[in-house]
Design a protein around this ligand. Sequence first.
Ligand SMILES: NC(=O)c1ccc[n+]([C@@H]2O[C@H](COP(=O)([O-])OP(=O)(O)OC[C@H]3O[C@@H](n4cnc5c(N)ncnc54)[C@H](O)[C@@H]3O)[C@@H](O)[C@H]2O)c1
Length: 345
Amino acid sequence: MTTTILVTGGCGFIGSNFIHHLHAVRNSWKVVCVDALTYAGNLGNLDEIRSWENFTFERASIADRGAMDEVFSAHKIDYVVNFAAETHVDRSIEDATNFILTNVGGTQVLLDSERAHGVKRHLQVGTDEVYGSLGVAGFFVETMSLHPNSPYAASKASADLLCLAAHHTHAQDVVITRCSNNYGPYQFPEKMIPLMLRNALSDKQLPVYGDGMNVRDWLYVEDHLKAILLVLEKGRAGEVYNVGGHNEWHNIDLVKHILNELGKPESLIKFVEDRKGHDLRYAIDPEKIASELGWKPETMFPEGIKKTIKWYSDNQKWLDDVTSGDYLEYYNKMYKVDSDGTVTR
Ligand SMILES: NC(=O)c1ccc[n+]([C@@H]2O[C@H](COP(=O)([O-])OP(=O)(O)OC[C@H]3O[C@@H](n4cnc5c(N)ncnc54)[C@H](O)[C@@H]3O)[C@@H](O)[C@H]2O)c1
């Protein structure tokens, strides 16, 4: 029997990389991608996939119960991997409405529709941001209580809790991954690494929040995809698995590293007003997924960042296409950019 998987949000950064990964390692599976194609969704991310005979694309919102019922009726789905979400913390601070509709409401719609259509397993792609902020020491473990600090993190925590409630109440088979910050190809350049790369490549200022001392734990996207597939196939129902590779960076050091790799001057760095409620530090303890499922990161940061820099340098047209129109307006507003390109925020 052929396995059929529904990938929601498959036109975004991690979702599109996941579909490329399935094409490479689960070529006999049927893949249905549902994406609402918001500003962050780009069908162009799947250009090389669209001729794959096992691939189907449906434009729909996961928050639309009627549309989701139609998708589940039209395809006999075994697995759902839910990437679809509003994902940018800064946007959630400006207006959280769509974060609640998609991340919370959409997750519940999926769970309900899956139960009605006999889906075998739901994998919720979660984030370490649900744990809140760490001080200078310690790591996030799965048993910690949740303390989400941004509207984005709160909406993702709600989605995780709805999944666990579906498992408890309906014995629905759900698994949750909580990953640290990802980097790699196809990431929308409002996020830190592609934003810095894009600006550095065109000699524009690199806006760094506050004093640049916030710490994030970076994982190459391919390692995340492998973890997701492993948890989907071998994880225990109702369990949460943290995913991360012990790769912590102060934001400022990461920005300097990127400039160094590109041979660009540090004078391009521009410190800007800090993000409201900016979490100090995230760091994952991946012991559970390592010991239980044998996962470990394979791409170390020096190699991963080189591959990422090469991808963005080679895909200038992709960058130009996704950053025209709405994005440009958003960027200029967020960072108060003058007509000569100076960041004044
Ligand atoms: N990027 C990271 O570092 C990271 C880390 C941990 C977890 N995550 C989680 O992984 C998932 C994917 O993140 P990403 O960085 O690829 O996000 P992204 O913003 O690049 O992509 C999100 C995708 O979801 C789609 N979408 C949005 N609303 C939708 C809706 N109502 N119905 C259907 N599709 C909709 C968008 O069109 C887009 O294609 C998210 O759930 C995010 O919370 C991301």
